[in-house]
Design a protein around this ligand. Sequence first.
Ligand SMILES: [Zn+2]
Length: 80
Amino acid sequence: MKPTKLYCEIFGHNYKMTKKVTNHVKEYTCKCCKKQLTTSSTGRLIELTEKRQEINSALERIYNSRTLRLQQKLVSSSIY
Ligand SMILES: [Zn+2]
């Protein structure tokens, strides 16, 4: 067992937000052992698996395109 992992087991993980997927879904990484978490659809923190990472990147694409459309709408409405 690595000493950093042992530290986490004694003192708890030291999670830091590493990515904002949407307003509600974020990804976190432990600064010590690099364990990754993400927000589940129910708002709880779950382990970031490969499958979850795929879901998150799909979510991010949808979220970004929606935000972009909203911005374009705002721009055009300020012109007229
Ligand atoms: Zn940790």
